[in-house]
Design a protein around this ligand. Structure first.
Ligand code: ARG
Ligand code: ZN
Length: 519
């Protein structure tokens, strides 16, 4: 589902609520000094992390494997399909020559010793141009063979790209199925974001987890690794018992045979690749009754060690789903849940339909309420409507941050003036980089979260509650299932309010002084 890429040019917290002023605030206070980490998400303490450095953290696969047939040399005049989506921060990822409809990933994973993964990725695509070649993003893993519509085709692997050569030029709008058989030891890699590595985390023989955001999906499957090409996913994972493989969406199959367990997971709504995850561990699968109000079922996958205590941290989830559904519109996926990984990487991530948490955030005392609201809110803002390019990251983080305060206001009856004082204080401490263009290193900078968040509060004061929530709901209706840009948000806000808001957004989303809040 390829969407058009729009390139945009371009302390006193305890007083609010003692019950919230615990670990998440402590973690946040620590973050404030590092100046490069999310507001609501605690940072990995680099020295104490139990996530070992990957054996190989280079992102460039230097080895070239080829099965290229004689006479199929890649000519410069060939239609390569544009071997980039054109992301301003990640110019190397993606391909505009096709639109992926679905990924079906059949994975066998062993985590005893060094992790090994062997898989078959069956990828249904529709071509968007005439193609003599096409490419996928894939890091480190070695491709054994590739077929297009059942016929084996030559392939090469260099510079983190898997390139395929169909026997004849593919017509535009052709529906084709590509099957890639691959294997290797998946790696983690630097992310450019200053927030630590991304990709595959090998956590000893107890767990493994794939962290995608922003461009880590390519460490575990061949992918058009950019949010603008969303697709549906089916992930099947075969692991040695008692371990179990968990992924996004609904568990549709779980079978044990010969000491191994195979689970199959389906995400039926379009998903950006960075929101896909797979984790192997000793998980308890725990389902709760659907919420009486919204009917959304909650299915959690929790590391056994934490299964008896985790609920204390997620008691509000149902009510949060109710409140957010009321404020933003229906919960966009078939079910929700959390994936609690027995590894101390120190943050949470809004993986679609099942947000993932490091064990270090969990202690059952409810102190991560803001984080819980934050990751849930991402299911609307970031997951249902995803950023057109990574430059639009404030559309994820600013919105999820502000949603924490909306939860406290509408779900917990907190005083909006006190919440505003907190927003202002925190934004004043994090003026730059500009949320509108934080640069690849600033992707998760505090200003993206806090200045991005207070921009929405300022918009609310500027246009009034009715228009503000109409803007949010129209945003989700109009762009849900796809991607949208900052420019789209400004245009929509102007359309729904009838106001000229260009100067307003220019000032709030810049790195200049914070404008005065509208009264
Ligand atoms: N999107 C996440 C959140 O704010 C932050 C992800 C940080 N990424 C990382 N590799 N630490 O909820
Ligand atoms: Zn976030």
């Amino acid at each position: 589902m390829l969407a058009a890429v729009t390139l945009v040019a371009c302390a006193a917290d305890d007083s609010i609520d003692p019950s919230l002023a615990s670990r998440s605030e402590t973690a946040t206070a620590e973050l404030d000094s590092t100046n490069d980490a999310p507001e609501a998400v605690s940072t990995p303490t680099s020295t104490s992390t139990t996530v070992p450095a990957a054996p190989n953290t280079t992102s460039t696969s230097t080895s070239t494997s080829t099965t290229e047939a004689p006479g199929s040399t890649i000519l410069l005049t060939d239609n390569l399909g544009g071997e980039t989506i054109g992301d301003p921060y990640y110019p190397d990822v993606g391909n505009t020559g096709y639109d992926v409809r679905s990924y079906d990933l059949d994975l066998k994973v062993d985590i005893e010793g060094r992790d090994t993964l062997s898989g078959v990725a069956t990828i249904d695509v529709v071509t968007t141009a005439a193609l003599d070649r096409l490419s996928f993003d894939l890091v480190e893993l070695e491709v054994k063979s590739v077929t297009i519509d059942g016929t084996e085709v030559p392939h090469t692997q260099t510079d983190d790209k898997l390139r395929l050569a169909p026997p004849t030029t593919l017509e535009p709008n052709a529906e084709i199925t590509i099957a890639v058989t691959y294997a290797g030891t998946p790696i983690s890699m630097p992310s450019q974001t200053r927030i630590g590595p991304i990709g595959w985390f090998d956590i000893g023989s107890t767990a493994s987890v794939a962290i995608g955001e922003p461009t880590g999906a390519r460490t575990w499957f061949p992918v058009n690794d950019h949010p603008s090409d969303k697709a549906t996913y089916t992930v099947t994972i075969d692991v040695a018992e008692p371990l179990i493989g968990v992924s996004n969406g609904e568990l549709v199959r779980s079978e044990a045979a010969n000491g191994r367990r195979t689970t199959r997971w389906e995400m039926r709504q379009p998903m950006a690749s960075y929101l896909a995850t797979v984790s192997i561990g000793d998980y308890a699968l725990i389902s709760s009754d659907p919420s009486a109000t919204t009917g959304v079922a909650v299915e959690d996958a929790v590391a056994q060690r934490l299964a008896t205590i985790f609920e204390g941290d997620f008691e509000q989830t149902d009510e949060m789903i109710d409140i957010f559904s009321e404020l933003f519109g229906p919960y966009p996926f078939d079910e929700y849940g959390v994936l609690i990984v027995d590894a101390e990487f120190g943050f949470a991530l809004e993986t679609q339909g099942r947000s993932l948490y490091s064990e270090s955030l969990i202690d059952g005392d409810g102190s991560i309420e803001r984080i819980v609201a934050h990751e849930l809110a991402h299911q609307w803002f970031g997951n249902h409507v995803s950023p057109s390019t990574w430059q639009d990251i404030w559309l994820n983080e600013g919105f999820a941050s502000y949603a924490e305060d909306l939860w406290l206001e509408f779900g917990r009856g907190r005083d909006v003036v006190q919440l505003q004082t907190r927003l202002l204080g925190r934004a004043s401490d994090a003026l730059s980089p500009a949320p509108r263009d934080p640069g690849p290193e600033g992707l998760f900078a505090p200003s993206v979260y806090r200045r991005g968040g207070i921009t929405l509060h300022a918009l609310r004061l500027e246009v009034g509650d009715a228009v503000f929530f109409d803007i949010l709901q129209t945003w989700l209706l109009r762009f849900g299932g796809g991607v949208a840009s900052t420019e789209d948000f400004i245009s929509l806000s102007e359309e729904r309010s009838g106001n000229n808001l260009r100067g307003f957004f220019d000032a709030w989303l810049s790195d200049g002084p914070l404008p005065a809040l509208p009264s």
